[in-house]
Design a protein around this ligand. Structure first.
Ligand SMILES: Nc1ncnc2c1ncn2[C@@H]1O[C@H](COP(=O)(O)OP(=O)(O)OP(=O)(O)O)[C@@H](O)[C@H]1O
Length: 302
């Protein structure tokens, strides 16, 4: 049985009177690959910074390898790629990686880091002459420097071109296969679908989903039905268990339902009152984004 290596309990973070993380609980086991998804401002970066010990929680507990986040032990075992590229000026790529590896007890060889980050051809380039995507890759090399057991990657592929992205995801897959624990944030579910067995969604600082992709699919992926009608929304959404979302603009109604056949069967008596019906499958991402949008509105009302 895999051991939990990170445990988060009743975690809260307020900035002033703004709740950024609200009562978040989860544990991470060794070897898991976790995708953390949420809109801008959902609290992803704040959560990662607390897991790294770079931000202090307002309340709640975080344990990393049985110790406080950011402890000496945790820093040896954890590598991170944050959103800002913190790259030292006036040194070349190799010198920077030599410096970073010197902080660790069991670092990876610089040549391997250069290769994994696709930067071998840039090994003698000054760090401030790198392009945005190359700096992102240098941050990746720095995250790997200590041969960490756990990797936190905050929107790692931003600024990378298509080819660099593809190689980057191959690297992540290779690290996953080696048994590394990987925690990645992204705005894009599609980018994580292939790699993350487990997905955690933050919405306004609330953990709204924590589970695997197939659970996510059965819970949220639906079919979109749009139509024009004077039939009331209440009547159209009577079978609550089948309705994922509903939107009405005058007589234009858009529903997302789990099972469109079941919905049509239930409403066959009203078909004469439906016009311009369109039925289309919805991508998981679109369905989930719609739900997250609803969660936001609920959060604002409460
Ligand atoms: N140091 C700070 N002081 C005050 N507010 C902050 C601070 N850091 C973050 N916030 C606020 O906390 C909220 C969550 O921010 P955070 O960066 O964690 O979100 P995110 O999900 O990572 O967003 P993005 O996708 O844009 O990176 C935002 O409303 C942000 O303005």
């Amino acid at each position: 049985m895999m051991q939990p290596i990170i445990e988060v309990g009743q975690l809260k973070k307020h900035f002033g009177n703004v709740d950024v993380i609200n009562e978040v609980n989860f544990t991470i086991k060794a070897g898991e690959t976790i995708g953390l998804i949420g809109e801008n401002g959902a609290g992803k970066t704040t959560l990662i910074k607390m897991l790294l010990g770079l931000e202090q929680p307002t309340s709640g507990t975080i344990s990393v390898f049985g110790e406080k986040a950011g402890s000496r032990l945790a820093r040896q075992k954890v590598g991170a790629m944050l959103q800002e590229n913190t790259v030292l000026q006036s040194v070349n790529v190799t010198e920077l990686l030599q410096l970073v590896t010197s902080f660790y007890a069991k670092p990876l060889p610089v040549s391997e880091l250069l290769e994994r980050a696709q930067l071998t051809h840039k090994r003698t380039a000054m760090t401030d002459t790198l392009s945005g995507g190359q700096q992102r890759r240098l941050s990746f090399a720095m995250a790997l420097a200590g041969n960490p057991d756990v990797l936190f990657l905050d929107e790692p592929t931003v600024g990378m071109d298509v080819a660099a992205r593809a190689v980057f995801w191959q690297q992540i897959e290779a690290l996953r296969k080696k048994g590394k624990t990987i925690f990645i944030t992204s705005h894009y579910l599609t980018e994580l679908e292939a790699i993350a067995q487990r997905l955690i969604f933050l919405d306004g600082g609330h953990l709204v989903f924590d589970g695997n992709l197939s659970t996510l699919r059965t819970q949220y992926q639906g079919t979109k039905i749009s139509l024009q009608t004077h039939v009331s929304v209440a009547a159209l959404t009577e079978d609550k268990a089948n309705i994922l979302s509903v939107n009405q603009q005058e007589n234009q109604v858009t529903l997302t339902v789990r099972d469109s056949d079941q919905w049509l069967l239930a409403h066959q008596g009203e078909l004469a009152e439906f016009h311009q019906i369109k039925i289309q499958p919805m991508s998981l991402e679109a369905a989930f984004n719609e739900l997250i949008g609803q969660g936001d509105r609920h959060a604002n009302i409460n």
